[in-house]
Design a protein around this ligand. Structure first.
Ligand SMILES: *[C@@H]1O[C@H](CO)[C@@H](O)[C@H](O)[C@H]1NC(C)=O
Ligand SMILES: *[C@@H]1O[C@H](CO)[C@@H](O)[C@H](O)[C@H]1NC(C)=O
Ligand SMILES: *[C@@H]1O[C@H](CO)[C@@H](O)[C@H](O)[C@H]1NC(C)=O
Ligand SMILES: *[C@@H]1O[C@H](CO)[C@@H](O)[C@H](O)[C@H]1NC(C)=O
Ligand SMILES: *[C@@H]1O[C@H](CO)[C@@H](O)[C@H](O)[C@H]1NC(C)=O
Ligand SMILES: *[C@@H]1O[C@H](CO)[C@@H](O)[C@H](O)[C@H]1NC(C)=O
Ligand SMILES: *[C@@H]1O[C@H](CO)[C@@H](O)[C@H](O)[C@H]1NC(C)=O
Ligand SMILES: *[C@@H]1O[C@H](CO)[C@@H](O)[C@H](O)[C@H]1NC(C)=O
Ligand SMILES: *[C@@H]1O[C@H](CO)[C@@H](O)[C@H](O)[C@H]1NC(C)=O
Ligand SMILES: *[C@@H]1O[C@H](CO)[C@@H](O)[C@H](O)[C@H]1NC(C)=O
Ligand SMILES: *[C@@H]1O[C@H](CO)[C@@H](O)[C@H](O)[C@H]1NC(C)=O
Ligand SMILES: *[C@@H]1O[C@H](CO)[C@@H](O)[C@H](O)[C@H]1NC(C)=O
Length: 388
């Protein structure tokens, strides 16, 4: 049956959002173990602006991407599902709150009338309190799945041992030597390039003396090398380098599948994360084949949208869009597997088999039997762990 009346507007959207500007963030180059940092006022503002952008895109009835039947001013909390990594500092969880403040700003329309006839609105001019599912480090690996994944350090060793890496390291040497005076105590070893870039970026953003003395192009050069290395670390050919996105695929696939059901209420699913899953998603959907420049770290407050709509044949379709932080003012249309949109069935066929669907699957995929919730499973019958 061809249904032409339902093609206007979207059915729903799944969003991956990166946190905003923060304090320094150290990642151990041999494990990528880390603790989170703290959000800054600049970071909250970036996320608030991202929320406003998403509001203009998805909650404005005049926008071509308006989501059918979504509440525009007063939030209906059943229409949103928001999840954020809460391990360590507060940067990712607080980024989700700041984004939501821009998405559904305070409104007098949230006024209610009590039994005694008195009218009230919530504090701060009608602030809207939206629940966020906060995922602690110890609860589940889903949003930080590279940490304490025992196979991840092997992957890192392979990346560092590759001849392309060695060559890039040689190419970067003169720059890293020139950068040394601007690194404080941070090692200028090329394997440490994430921490090098982070130090330069955080100091340049927040320290006036540093901002005024760092030579021109040093920030861009550090970013260039960090982009290259991080893209090698967090992409792979369906291996453990992609673990960051493979543990988020289940939520993406289930959320999109749920949105096709008549009984579903959730129209916007938001995952607040760091930069790693973006690289994995762009790699696994072949988006980097048609847009090679996106093979790098996404800026703070970046967003990726997987928009769900019905096509003229009545099939559910998914389309991938990306906004690189405050650098871009609009979404950029990307291609998945060479196509501007693909059917949801095709999306699932291409990606579901790579998904790490549960904590137990993660424990298995990472050879972890102790930490991160893995100790509750019984592996005694498992030939993978204990021979046969
Ligand atoms: C929107 O609401 C109308 C009327 O209630 C309903 O017929 C339609 O199926 C809804 N569409 C979606 C996508 O929820
Ligand atoms: C990794 O970091 C977590 C918290 O961020 C910490 O609990 C854990 O002990 C660290 N693991 C290793 C192997 O350093
Ligand atoms: C690294 O450099 C060597 C020597 O220049 C070259 O033979 C090799 O092909 C390069 N490897 C890669 C992956 O670019
Ligand atoms: C850089 O660090 C790696 C391990 O991360 C080490 O193998 C290598 O020797 C270091 N290089 C130098 C010049 O210190
Ligand atoms: C700011 O940068 C200067 C110059 O690099 C440095 O000496 C100083 O320690 C930095 N301040 C802070 C708070 O990091
Ligand atoms: C995905 O990443 C792997 C490892 O970096 C690379 O070999 C492959 O070409 C990438 N795929 C695409 C489509 O860019
Ligand atoms: C999908 O719907 C089921 C049933 O309502 C619910 O339990 C599950 O949490 C939903 N999953 C996602 C990712 O929205
Ligand atoms: C985002 O923009 C920055 C420049 O601000 C660039 O270095 C980076 O490669 C871009 N990332 C992606 C994924 O496009
Ligand atoms: C994705 O790109 C790879 C090359 O990196 C190619 O082999 C593969 O067929 C592409 N997948 C699809 C579904 O287009
Ligand atoms: C992309 O579009 C082509 C042409 O319509 C189609 O044959 C192919 O199956 C699509 N790829 C995916 C992954 O859906
Ligand atoms: C994960 O679950 C999906 C259904 O959502 C299924 O298609 C896929 O095969 C599962 N993946 C693995 C590796 O079990
Ligand atoms: C997997 O973990 C088991 C138990 O901790 C260990 O004996 C085994 O060597 C590990 N396998 C690999 C390939 O690292």
């Amino acid at each position: 049956m061809v249904n032409t009346t339902t093609t206007a507007g979207l059915i729903g959207v799944v969003l991956l959002a990166r946190h905003g500007d923060r304090t320094g963030y150290y990642q151990d180059p041999s494990t990528y173990n880390s603790t989170q940092a703290y959000i800054t006022p600049l970071g909250s503002q970036q996320e608030f602006d991202l929320g406003t952008f998403l509001r203009n895109t998805y909650l404005n009835p005049n926008s071509p991407s308006f989501i059918q039947n979504i509440s525009t001013d007063v939030v209906n909390i059943d229409q949103l599902a928001v999840r954020a990594d809460a391990g360590g500092g507060n940067v990712i969880l607080d980024s989700a709150y700041a984004l939501l403040q821009g998405l559904y700003p305070p409104t007098q329309k949230s006024e209610v009338t009590l039994g005694n006839g008195q009218t009230v609105i919530s504090p701060l001019g009608g602030y809207q309190y939206i629940p966020v599912e906060s995922l602690e480090f110890w609860q589940a690996p889903s949003l930080t799945s590279w940490i304490e994944c025992n196979y991840f350090p092997y992957h890192l060793a392979r990346v560092y041992g590759a001849s392309a890496f060695q060559n890039m390291s040689i190419q970067a040497q003169p720059f890293l030597t020139a950068l040394k005076p601007y690194l404080g105590g941070v090692s200028n070893n090329f394997t440490n390039i994430w921490n090098i870039y982070d130090h330069v970026n955080v100091q340049y953003t927040h320290n006036k003396t540093y901002y005024e003395t760092l030579p021109a192009t040093f920030l861009q050069q550090a970013r260039h090398y960090a982009n290259w290395v991080q893209n090698n670390v967090f992409t792979d050919s369906v291996g453990i380098g992609l673990i960051g996105i493979r543990t988020i695929f289940p939520d993406i696939i289930w959320a999109l599948g749920n949105m096709t059901q008549p009984s579903n209420t959730v129209k916007m699913s938001i995952q607040e994360v760091d930069y790693k899953p973006f690289m994995g998603l762009f790699n696994m959907t072949n988006a980097t084949l048609t847009d090679p420049d996106i093979a790098g770290i996404v800026d703070y407050a970046s967003v990726v949208a997987l928009e769900l709509s019905l096509n003229s044949q009545g099939q559910h379709e998914v389309s991938l869009k990306f906004k690189n932080g405050t650098e871009d003012s609009e979404f950029r249309q990307l291609k998945m597997f060479g196509n501007t949109s693909i059917t949801l069935d095709s999306f699932v066929n291409q990606l579901a088999w790579t998904a790490v669907n549960s904590t137990k699957d993660w424990c298995f995929s990472c050879n972890q039997t102790v930490t991160r919730g893995c100790s509750v499973f019984n592996y005694s019958q498992d030939p993978f762990f204990y021979g046969n």
